[in-house]
Design a binder for this molecule. Structure first.
Ligand code: ZN
Length: 237
């Protein structure tokens, strides 16, 4: 079984509905956590023992995607366990904190890195965001999951969304508030990209609690009928 569990689907900050970004991918006996935002450690603990993670992948070092990495390292310290953290190499202060932790083993990712974990093949694609950011594509036994992370328009959406069974796409705002120099695509673009590349199922995520969630969902779903809002539950890929 190849599954995705959405642990956190908010952008910017958590609220009563959800923690910020965090996605648990499971296959065979392997567990990979992609991003570790605010509130993710506690959610993760309700599903698996965090010391049993085979990898933590960080798409970029914005706080809504990494803020629980620090407390995760404290948790690992209590178990005297170390986990591998695959993350961008941009010499940021957050990267340095990871490298300094005795319980986190930093491994740099790049577009030319092909990562194999168990029977899964993992590739990274550079996205269009103010800091170095990678989308993640995981292929396992003929099925594919992609997480676009935060990005404005880039050709690499094609690499992530083509021949893809399930994708999580981070939303920004309504199309009327989008511009080419913004950090994220609009809800309209999510639907448009999903339709253009024929992605079988797309979960809109990264909901900004200060924006109107229902309008964003409606705008994206209006463009493509394989798009739906991400929920805090497990999906079979
Ligand atoms: Zn970001």
């Amino acid at each position: 079984m190849f599954t995705l569990t959405c642990l956190g689907t908010n952008g910017l900050y958590p609220d009563n509905l959800s923690p910020t970004s965090g996605y648990l991918v499971n296959f065979d006996d392997k567990n990979i956590l992609i991003d570790c935002g605010s509130g993710i450690l506690n959610k993760l603990k309700s599903i698996i023992l965090p010391e049993n993670l085979d990898a933590l992948i960080l798409t970029h070092y914005h706080f809504d995607h990494v803020s629980d990495v620090g407390v995760l390292s404290y948790y690992l310290q209590t178990k005297n366990k170390k986990i591998k953290v695959f993350a961008p190499n941009d010499n940021s202060n957050f990267q340095k904190l990871i490298e300094q932790s005795p319980f986190l083993d930093f491994v740099p990712i790049d577009s030319n890195v092909n990562l194999n974990i168990g029977d899964a093949k993992i590739k990274f694609y550079k996205m269009n965001h103010p800091v170095l950011t990678f989308g993640v594509r995981i292929e396992y036994k003929g099925k594919t999951f992609s997480y676009t992370s935060d990005s404005n328009l880039t050709d690499n959406y094609e690499k992530l969304l083509s021949n893809c069974d399930l994708a999580v796409m981070d939303s920004g705002f309504l199309f009327e508030n989008w511009q080419q120099d913004k950090p994220l695509i609009s809800a309209y673009h999510i639907g448009l990209l999903a339709k253009t590349y024929g992605t079988k199922r797309v979960l809109i995520s990264h909901f900004n609690p200060s924006l109107e969630r229902e309008k964003i969902i409606k705008e994206a779903m209006g463009e493509c009928d394989t798009v739906e809002p991400a929920q805090l539950k497990t999906y079979i890929i």
